[in-house]
Structure formats: C-alpha cells, structure tokens
Design a protein around this ligand. Structure first.
Ligand SMILES: [Zn+2]
Length: 373
C-alpha cells in the first residue's frame, strides 16, 4: 500500500514544480485549489471548474458536517460522487470555521463544543471526530484538526496554542485510516515567532505526515511578515513532501509563496471576488461595477480562454452586475478561477524552464498596464 505522495519535477531557486499522486488522479504543482465550501465551488458546475484546468478542489468539514451531515454524504456515495468531482479533494479540519462562524464555543484540552451558525444545534469536534468526518467525506487529503491561534497573540499564547495543536496532531495521526493514494497533512503553527514555528515543524516531522501545511498566516500580519515566516519555516520542512500554504491568497501572494517553496494553495478570493464584481486579469484587478465599463466592448482579459472573455464584453458583464443578474457572478467566478489556473500553469512552466524570476517579473509588469479600478 502506498500513501498519497509528491515527487519533484524541477526546481528554480526556491520554487518547485512537482506532481502530487492521489487516489483520484495526479495533480501538477504548484497548484491552486478552488474552494468548494459546502460541496460546490459557488456559482460553478463541476464541468465548468474542470474546464478551467483545475484538478483539485477543497471541501469544508464544518459546513458539510452541519449540512447535509458527514454520515449522509457517505450514504450518498461520498463527496466526489455527490459533487460530480472525480479529481482529488482536500478537506479542511473544521477548526478554522468553528472559530470564525459558530456561536457559543467552549474549548477544552480534548476538543471544542459549539453551536451551529445555521440552527443553533450543539456539536462537538475532537481530533478523532474531525478525522472520521473527513474519512466519511472521502477526502484524498485529510487535514489535522488544530486550534486556530488568534492574531495578534503574544508569544506565550501562541506557544500554548501551538503545543495543543501538536498534541492533537499526534491524535489525528493515530485516528487516520491509511488507504492507497490518501494522505494526512500536519499543520505548522507558531504565529510570527520563528522559534515556535521550528518547534512545530520538529513536532510534526517526528510524528510524520504525507504533507505539511503552514497555517495561521494571511490573518492580518501582512505580506512582508508572511514571507518572513515562510523564509524561516519552509527550509525546515522535508524536501520530499508537499507544502501547502492555507488560505492564501492574491495572485501576487501566490507568486511570492511559490518563489519561497510552496506547492499548494487554496483561497476564497477568486470565487468571493467573482460575487462582488471584481475580476483578476493579466492587466490588474477590475471592478466591473465601475461605470467606465458601461460601453466598453473589449473583453475582461484578452489573454484569457474562459467564456466570459471569449464570448462577452466588459459592457455586458457590467450590465449583468448592475442588473443583479445571476449570470454576472457566474461569469466573473469562472473567469477568476480560470485566471488563477492560468497563473499557476505559467509559474509551473517557468520553473521547469528555469526562468521563474523572469516570468514572475513579466506577470507583475502586466498588472501595471492598467491602474487598479
Ligand atoms: Zn476570462
């Protein structure tokens, strides 16, 4: 039996290209995973997500355990079948959303009890239950259940929180059922403190995981601080395992993190921005609500193969947004996911060709061609 594994295909400076092999197929890295919160990438069919070139998506334990329920998803054939997604799925552990969405939380050393934000019903998550739920969902990549350290936090608070998460990581490893092509990722915590990050890496690598995530970033520390933590942390991680930066980020963040050795990303930004009229393009960010697009017959992005760009004008998309037509957010979501996939494809090709720095500079220069609106 072999667990999910990652192999390197090439490096350029700190940036890496590779291939992730899972029970539901292979994924070239660096990879951006669109977020499929409640069993759907919002405003997209699975076919449209596939059409962007996306090979792997994310599902949320917290949302799915509350509705429709993990056992029900399993009875319906698992998340892959339910959502018509036949590629790999990574599920988060539920910890982050318990902290950000649920009401009346009570933390203890064993887990967390909370009330659903939907109907107020009482639920409990422990490391063991989170791993069981992710197994029921059918996740190719299961994430360890950890405590979300608040930001800002003192070094002492961050240390206590990180050490609890490391104890839980050992329990997650023990609860995880190994299967061919499936894997469990540990999550490095420790906030902005290098010594705590190093202690967390040491604890996790002692336990041993199929991949390592870096958590607790993009929570308000700023890009420079995030890069500083990555530069201190990534070199400590095993070179033969995938590295996943959770919840990041803007296209610029992705380039900077790939340069620092990150292989996997997820973020709600492309999908959420699609629902708030923002388009990420090769010429910068556009606000499609802006009246200057009202009679503009040019496409969102002349370099983009998505239907929003191939079939429609900025003027039409602006009209759809102003008229509150549902097609507006659908087209912008499709475009934004396409943009992120195209971006990652360009970065991967550049790493393999040994011209990552030049390509990153060319992409960033493109964003300057049009002022952010
Ligand atoms: Zn497009």
């Amino acid at each position: 039996m072999s667990a999910l594994r990652w192999t390197a295909a090439g490096t350029d400076g700190g940036a890496r290209a590779g291939v992730l092999r899972t029970a539901h197929g292979t994924v070239p890295t660096p990879v951006f995973m669109p977020v499929g919160t409640a069993g759907t990438v919002k405003a997209m069919t699975a076919d449209s997500v596939r059409a962007t070139g996306a090979r792997m998506i994310l599902g949320n334990t917290y949302h799915l355990m509350l509705r429709p329920g993990a056992e029900r998803v399993a009875r319906l054939g698992g998340l892959h079948r339910m959502a018509d997604w036949h590629g790999p799925i990574l599920t988060d552990s539920g910890g982050f959303q318990v902290m950000s969405l649920s009401g009346l939380r009570k933390m203890d050393a064993d887990g967390v009890t909370f009330r659903s934000h939907i109907d107020g019903s009482a639920h409990r998550l422990t490391p063991e239950r989170s791993i069981e739920i992710q197994h029921l969902l059918g996740a190719d990549v299961t994430m360890c259940f950890d405590e979300c350290t608040p930001f800002p936090a003192t070094e002492a608070q961050t240390a206590t929180s990180m050490r609890l998460s490391m104890a839980w990581a050992a329990r997650c490893r023990a609860a995880f059922v190994p299967r061919d092509g499936y894997g469990l990722f540990g999550i490095v915590q420790g906030g902005v403190f290098n010594a705590l990050r190093a202690e967390s890496v040491a604890a996790l690598t002692e336990i041993g995981f199929e991949g390592y995530a870096i958590g607790g970033l993009a929570v308000g520390e700023g890009q420079a601080e995030m890069y500083r933590v990555l530069e201190a942390t990534v070199p400590l991680l095993p070179a033969d395992r995938p590295r996943y930066l959770m919840g990041v980020g803007t296209p610029d963040d992705l380039i900077g993190a790939v340069a620092r050795g990150i292989d996997m990303f997820d973020c709600v930004l492309p999908t959420r921005s699609g629902r708030t009229a923002r388009a990420y393009t090769s010429r910068g960010v556009l606000n499609m609500r802006n009246a200057r697009h009202a009679e503009d017959l040019s496409p969102l992005d002349p370099d983009c193969p998505c239907p929003a760009c191939q079939k429609h004008s900025r003027a039409y998309i602006h009209h759809l947004i102003r008229a509150d037509e549902i097609l507006g957010p659908m087209l912008l979501t499709w475009h934004n996911i396409q943009y992120y996939q195209t971006l990652m494809g360009r970065l991967r090709a550049a790493i393999l060709d040994g011209r990552f720095t030049e390509e990153a500079a060319a992409i960033r220069a493109g964003w300057q061609e049009r002022a952010i609106a």
